[in-house]
Design a protein around this ligand. Structure first.
Ligand SMILES: C[S@@+](CC[C@H](N)C(=O)[O-])C[C@H]1O[C@@H](n2cnc3c(N)ncnc32)[C@H](O)[C@@H]1O
Length: 220
């Protein structure tokens, strides 16, 4: 069993979302555009993703919470799987001056993020094996990324996170009832694995993710 943690839920729950507005006739097209994780996803119209990505410092509090929870120090090494613009590792590096590494498929995110973190981000498709050594990282995090994979790809990516890290924290989208599933289906642009808590637990534990940390984000 994974340990359920809360780093993001409070903030996630405070956001207002108009689910039905998102479920428009052109949503399939928007999903195809979003799935490229290129300029439209980050800085295009809201219907393709973030709708203009501006960093407002929000990852600092989360970085501080991770440092406390996982006893991270300047000697720690931290991997962010699906790091996007890399703002979490940017904050961790600022706070700890430790080794950080972000991996992501989005060339646009890497090219358009804060310059000081760019060299710590590598373009990697996490559907394939990671090139890191066993337990190379003290902590691996993967935030709002793994649900973007189909279940057969999830298997490898989860087992790779387990392999390369001593401790880990995964945050993914989920649902507890029909209303939350409907809301998630309206809202999600890039989600491929719509899984209940039971199904997440199943796929995680089947791939060695036991006694590690998990946060499930719901769309109520
Ligand atoms: C919702 S964003 C989350 C980004 C970041 N973790 C955050 O919370 O701000 C999902 C991220 O997953 C990345 N991603 C999706 N599929 C991927 C893949 N197959 N390999 C690597 N990264 C992927 C996207 O490029 C995007 O940066």
């Amino acid at each position: 069993m994974a340990n359920i943690v809360n780093f993001l839920t409070t903030n996630h729950e405070s956001a207002k979302r108009d689910y039905l507005e998102r479920m428009s006739i052109d949503k399939p097209l928007c999903m195809e555009v979003a799935a490229k994780f290129s300029k439209d996803y980050w800085d295009g119209d809201r219907k393709y993703g973030y709708g203009g990505y501006r960093y407002d410092g929000r990852w600092k509090k989360i970085a501080e919470a991770l440092i406390e929870k996982y006893n991270l120090t300047s000697k720690s090494s931290i991997l962010d799987v699906g790091c996007g613009m890399g703002h979490l590792i940017y904050e961790l590096k600022n706070l700890l001056n430790c080794r950080v590494r972000g991996i992501d498929i989005s060339e646009y995110a890497k090219s358009n993020t804060i310059e000081s973190i760019r060299e710590d981000i590598e373009i990697v498709d996490i559907k394939g094996p990671l090139y890191f050594m066993d337990q190379e990282f003290d902590l691996a995090v993967s935030i709002m990324t793994l649900h973007n994979l189909e279940i057969p790809d999830l298997e490898l990516s989860i087992s790779e996170i387990v392999r390369v890290s001593r401790a880990s924290y995964i945050a993914v989208e989920s649902y507890r009832d029909s209303q939350e599933l409907f809301n998630l289906q309206c809202w999600a642009l890039t989600c491929q694995s719509f899984l209940s808590p039971r199904a997440w637990e199943w796929v995680l534990s089947k791939n060695g993710y036991s006694d590690r940390d998990l946060e499930l984000l719901y769309f109520s």
